[in-house]
Design a protein. Structure first.
Length: 337
């Protein structure tokens, strides 16, 4: 408006020549308002730049119809898929999402994230943990604001849900051993990544369960560049017979490794087998042939959103849930039996 103040519902009603109740009904697309009147009100809204009050809507509905998500990283392919699933699950319940990205380098605190996010107009919060917060065990949720933590670990006060990363990685090794592989190398994730550490632990424990001494983990950082560097190191291991299979902690590193091996004249799967994780290669590689560990991010999102917006689910007694992953077989594993 000309005086710099935001337009009010009274301003819209005055310009359109209708009551404030008619403006409110038009905003909510009520069938009680005639189409011609709606059009007149909408023109007035557009002319004045009117925005309905969140506070007013919250008072009428008893909630804001918005949920907060705290994430430490949204650029990695696995996290992008997770975020999309949360947005879809929230939309299915009629909710929108407010996103808070925490600095990946600063110390992670659930309390600080809750302070920042709870100042917004939201009805609940989800914390997606890529690393362990300093206050994980001592964090206390805000009264009257339901919260869910995406974590493989149980929490004393908050519902938690995630994929069973460790058991799923164990199953990858079982799968490779069943096909005659005993020289299985691992490209790990970043040292602070909870998912990377769990996948490495599953690989290591499975190797030991099969009586195989695990070789040294090759460190990666989720990027195809780190996978390529790992593939350069592994090329000599493949040529010498010291490596017949590689389990990469994500698909991006798996494809980087595959490119390096190809550049070295080594074929997947004829010379070495390769398995990835997160099953997102088809989103960036046409005609993907990578066998990969798939995690049900949609089920995780639906469980977490349900806990926040469906009261009986918050009270159902199930406050820690791990969803199993499953292997999607394509064409990157050779049977040595």
């Amino acid at each position: 408006m000309a005086d710099g103040k935001p337009a009010s519902i009274k301003d819209v009603a005055r310009l359109a020549g209708v009551s404030e109740q008619t403006v409110s009904r038009t905003v909510h697309d009520s069938p009680a308002v005639r189409p011609a009147t709606k059009e007149k009100v909408r023109r007035a809204i557009a002319e004045l730049g009117y925005r309905p009050s969140n506070a007013g809507r919250a008072l009428r509905r008893g909630c804001y119809m918005a949920l907060g998500i705290v994430m430490g990283n949204i650029s990695e392919t696995g996290n992008r898929d997770r975020l999309e699933m949360f947005v879809d699950a929230a939309a299915a319940q009629g909710y929108t999402i407010a996103l808070l990205k925490m600095d990946r380098e600063e110390p992670l605190s659930l309390g600080q994230a809750a302070d920042r996010m709870s100042s917004l107009s939201i009805d609940g919060m989800i914390y997606v943990l890529n690393r362990t917060p300093e206050d994980f065990d001592t964090f206390v949720p805000r009264a009257g604001l339901p919260e869910v933590i995406i974590s493989m670990h149980d929490h004393p006060a908050c519902p938690t849900v995630d994929s069973d990363q460790e058991a799923s990685a164990h199953a990858v090794v079982d799968y490779l051993v069943e096909r005659g592989h005993t020289k299985i190398w691992h490209i790990g994730g970043p040292s602070r990544s909870l998912a990377g550490l769990a996948r490495e632990s599953g690989w290591r424990s499975a190797m030991l369960d099969h009586g195989i001494e695990p070789p040294q983990v090759i460190a990666g950082d989720w990027s195809p560049e780190s996978g390529y560097a790992a593939g350069v190191l592994l090329a000599d291991k493949v040529r010498s017979g010291a490596c017949t299979a590689v389990f990469a902690s994500d698909d991006a590193m798996a494809y980087g490794c595959m490119c390096a091996l190809s550049d070295a004249g080594i074929s997947v799967p004829d010379d070495v087998s390769l398995v990835g994780a997160d099953d997102i290669s088809s989103t960036f590689v046409p005609n993907s042939r990578l066998t990969s560990l798939h995690f049900d991010n949609s089920a995780i999102a639906e469980w977490a959103i349900g806990k926040l917006v469906i009261p009986e689910r918050m009270e159902d007694g199930c406050n820690h849930k791990l969803f199993p992953g499953h292997l999607v077989e394509r064409g990157s594993v050779r049977d040595l039996r």
